[in-house]
Design a protein around this ligand. Structure first.
Ligand code: SAH
Length: 252
């Protein structure tokens, strides 16, 4: 899979592609990337890429001409083309999976107040937000998307670790521990040292559910629970509130 990123500051992204797991994936040929500096397509003397907004107001807007030349240079038409924007569709694990099936994604990073709307209308098929907050740059947002997508590509990381992790099963992940067994007087939970795999699985399910109740109860409302999960959930809630659980879906 190829990531093509258009940016005024491509050096922000370069380090990510040259480090750690991504660097290895690039070396093996599992991932390709191309970083395009939008400023290379500004042809006036000052290489201007932004201008004041029509209609007035604060800030600057990224100009259409350099953006369109940059997009044409990577043959954006007909490819999956994404613009990072706080007013876009909310990025999530399901969309990461969808994007990981593409051969190439072109990602446009905004700056200032964003890009001229005509660029979005002409070239962009998905405006993508990484969350309900405003960043100063599309580069950091693009890195979030690239990181979530590339690790789903075959052979980048083990499929076992993908199956276990947060969201993969509609729950947040259980806690992890590694050596030493005692750290600042705090011991690793005995069950993880017991070698009893069935009990470890049960403990992990309980911890996953506890964490999901605490931070993301909305995930539980959407999820169809197994009987075992519902029993554990009921038990957790009974202990916490003294009340029985109502309203969560259960599969048969
Ligand atoms: N005026 C815009 C904000 C521009 S922020 C507005 O109010 O909607 C500058 C750039 O940062 C944007 O063009 C976009 O590329 C990026 N950006 C900021 N917040 C983002 C978010 N939550 N998700 C994705 N991109 C974001």
């Amino acid at each position: 899979m190829k990531f093509t990123v258009l940016s005024l500051f491509p050096e922000i992204l370069q380090g990510f592609f040259e480090s750690s797991i991504m660097a290895k994936a690039v070396e093996r040929g599992a991932i390709e990337y191309e970083l395009v500096n939008i400023r290379d397509f500004a042809f006036d003397r000052h290489k201007t890429c932004d201008d004041a907004p029509y209609g007035g107001g604060a800030g600057m807007v990224m100009k259409a001409e350099p953006l369109s030349l940059a997009l044409e240079s990577v043959k954006a038409a007909g490819k999956r083309t994404v613009y990072m924007s706080p007013s876009g569709r909310k990025f999530d694990q399901a969309l990461a999976a969808e994007l990981s099936a593409e051969k190439e994604i072109i990602i446009l990073c905004g700056r200032y107040e964003g890009v001229d709307q005509r660029i979005i209308d002409t070239y962009i098929d998905t405006e993508l937000s990484i969350g309900d907050y405003v960043l100063s740059s599309g580069e950091t947002a693009a890195l979030v998307v690239i990181d979530a997508v590339y690790r789903l590509i075959d052979g980048v990381i083990s499929s076992e670790s993908l199956e276990e992790e947060s969201f993969a099963r509609g729950l947040l992940e259980y806690p992890h521990y590694t050596r030493p067994e005692v750290f600042q007087g705090i011991k690793v939970p005995d069950i993880l040292l017991s070698g009893h795999h069935a009990n470890i699985e049960k403990w992990r399910l309980r911890k996953s559910l506890e964490k999901t109740i605490k931070y993301r109860p909305d995930l539980l409302e959407k999820r169809v629970m197994t009987e075992e999960e519902n029993n554990v959930l009921n038990d957790i809630l009974r202990r916490e509130t003294g009340e029985d659980l109502n309203g969560f879906n259960q599969s048969n």
